[in-house]
Design a protein around this ligand. Structure first.
Ligand code: BG6
Length: 519
């Protein structure tokens, strides 16, 4: 087993990367730019090669041109007029492949063996499936039967979400993959775990003497996690209408963020120890008893026509690929409990939706109020302390406290310490995919989801989905460009709380007080 800090001393291993779905959106927007950043930063040695695989026919030159364009458009570093570009591009190769044909994989083996020798890769193979999950099983079988796994180095399989549609389908998928790969060889991506500030949650919690002692139900009133998006379903209507917000964002990103907030400090800095702690959180999630329980704790909504930045936008039901009577949710909010000694009684409020007013990801920790009628609280209503992790698009940490109003007049004002990491000149944090690709190539599985995490997350979500099937009428409409259904406000109001504004944009509520910014 490898200690994470030790891993930091090494770059990525020598690796032959196989990108299945190399002409698709994910490869273009995220993977090629990620390779380039890693290369520019010296994190990939010269002993690597990439084989792009897709059905479309393409020469190596055409493929390299695709890669160049994607880097121009999406990378943190631009490839233009860059001396390193030519040497970088030489590592990219393309093969047109029908993933259902075993002969094609046998041919791929020939190419892989040749490249392995040319670049002195030592037999290490990373198979990245940027493909629909239905294909994971058959590609795995063909990799095995085509002889691609007979190599003297390591082999790893990197796969994208959605990992199944519910627990039974995820189990089936897992069984197929596991006929070919061991669990330790499977790297399941949840790209939120690759985000700088999501990884920072752990550090802020466990490396600061003044947070850890307060991190429990004695001092924390509630935790709020918001993943809001301004986009609608774009061209993904067909996929999205079968998934919905709960499966698309809840089962993975949101539950993963709960685990990062709630887990116990692992005893060792090793990937499996960290993942063990996350699993314990998922195991402690309070399961909704029945449909009534779901109804009282989970709100689902769907956007109707509205306005975004002054422009009219259509209702979800009028989006391309979406049936006009769709009952799929584009929003959900839920009150979730982690039933263990640390968290008993602390609600975790989570919400996500499409076509909300701002694109943002934030986690707010609301601390308990000072006792009422004691000293200052006797004279004035004190605002609760807040600690906010700003994940996206701003990356930073925000702390709200109470302090004396400057001047001779008596008064208490909320002040903010607002650390904006992404505003600092010179900090150009790596994209999530860069980190994850790098981690997979050096064998650090910390920020990938293990099978037991995936299974427990599905179990939790399936319970909600089945209640929704029984009560399909409980779908609240909300106009595009608004903060979602009223019922989501009630969810907190009935506990005496409110959603805190995100990025200071939440209209009609308390505005972030920033009279003094600590430097
Ligand atoms: C994906 C979802 O997992 O995450 C998308 O399938 C969503 O629907 C996306 O838009 C959001 O990711 P990010 O990094 O832009 O917040």
């Amino acid at each position: 087993m490898t200690d994470i800090a030790e891993l930091n001393d090494y770059g990525a291993d020598r690796t032959l990367f196989f990108i299945f779905g190399a002409t698709g959106d994910l490869a273009r927007r995220k993977l090629f730019p990620a390779f380039y950043s890693l290369y520019r930063e010296g994190k990939l040695s010269d002993r690597f090669a990439v084989i792009g695989l897709a059905r479309r026919s393409r020469t190596n030159e055409q493929f390299r041109e695709d890669v160049r364009q994607s880097i121009q458009e999406f990378a943190r570093y631009k490839g233009e007029e860059d001396k390193q570009w030519e040497t970088f591009a030489d590592h990219f190769h393309y093969m047109s492949l029908d993933i259902n044909k075993l002969e094609a994989f046998q041919q791929l083996r020939g190419l892989a063996d040749r490249l392995d020798e040319t670049y002195d890769i030592g037999g290490n193979r990373l198979f990245y499936l940027a493909l629909a999950p239905e294909l994971f099983g058959s590609v795995s079988y063909n990799l095995r039967d085509g002889g691609l796994l007979e190599t003297k180095g390591w082999r790893r399989l990197v796969i994208e979400k959605p990992f199944g549609y519910d627990l039974p389908s995820a189990e089936k998928l897992n069984e197929q993959i596991r006929q070919v790969f061991n669990e330790e060889e499977v790297y399941r991506i949840d790209h939120y775990l690759g985000k700088e500030m999501v990884q920072n949650i752990e550090v802020v919690r466990f490396a600061n003497a003044f947070f850890e002692p307060l991190w429990n139900n004695k001092h924390i009133a509630n935790i709020q996690i918001t993943l809001s998006e301004t986009v609608g379903v774009e061209e993904r209507g067909g996929y999205y209408d079968h998934a919905g917000a709960l499966r698309d964002m809840g089962q993975n990103h949101m539950l993963q963020m709960i685990t990062m907030m709630a887990m116990e400090p692992p005893s060792r800095m090793e990937p499996e120890d960290i993942r063990d702690e996350k699993v314990k959180v998922l195991r402690s999630l309070r399961v909704f008893r029945d449909a009534e329980d779901v109804k009282s704790n989970v709100v689902r909504g769907q956007y109707s026509a509205g306005e975004m930045k002054g422009k009219p936008v259509p209702a979800y039901r009028n989006e391309e690929g979406v049936p006009s009577d769709s009952m799929t949710e584009t929003y959900f909010a839920a009150k979730v409990f982690v039933d263990n000694f640390r968290w008993a009684g602390v609600p975790f409020y989570i919400r996500t939706g499409k076509r909300l007013p701002v694109k943002t990801t934030e986690v707010v920790v609301e601390f308990k109020n000072m006792p009422e009628n004691v000293y200052f609280s006797r004279k004035t209503k004190l605002e609760p302390n807040l600690l906010v992790f700003r994940v996206n698009p701003t990356e930073g940490i925000y702390l709200k406290m109470n302090a004396k109003q400057p001047g001779s007049q008596w008064g208490i004002v909320p002040i903010a310490m607002d650390f904006c990491q992404s505003c600092e000149v010179g900090i150009n944090t790596p994209e999530a995919y860069e980190r994850l690709l790098y981690d997979a190539a050096r064998g650090d599985s910390t920020y990938f989801t293990r099978w037991d995490e995936v299974a427990l997350a599905w179990k939790f979500v399936d319970r909600i989905e089945s209640a929704w099937r029984e009560q399909s009428s409980e779908l609240h409409p909300y106009a595009a460009g608004t903060w979602g259904p009223e019922a989501a406000l009630t969810l907190l109001a009935q506990d005496g709380f409110k959603w805190w504004p995100v990025n200071g944009q939440h209209e009609g509520e308390v505005v972030w007080a920033t009279p003094i910014v600590a430097k």
